[in-house]
Write a protein of this length. Sequence first.
Length: 150
Amino acid sequence: MEFPPENCKCEPNPHILWHMQSYTIGQAARLLGVSPDTARRWADAGRVATHRDDGGRRVIEGGDLAAFSVEIGQSTPGEEDIPYTSARNAFPGIVTAVKLGDIAAQVEIQAGPHRLVSLLTREAVEELGLEVGMQATARVKSTSVHIDRT
């Protein structure tokens, strides 16, 4: 990646140092929601560019990882995998807890590093047959999303 980026509309300033964060294979895997082995296979296959840092670790430049994550997000799933829903944020995972009340229920799903908790009706839990240990997908649709820099 070229610095400053070629699409930058600013005048070059010799006092500004362009720096982009690099990510190890393990960090990239966590951000992409896959195993380190999967991220390593993608890198080995040339799907995402890597280089060695000063410590000899294989790293991915932040810009390359961002572009790759967009590519993955835009890839077309198989016809049988296309969900019929308007909620775009899907978190596939495993049900880790189901707490049933008389009318309401609480379901917890562990989706990679994310723990999601949903409150829904007991009737919905029973109709879906949700039980601890089964696969499920939490879908999130929100009008307000906050982003924190880590």
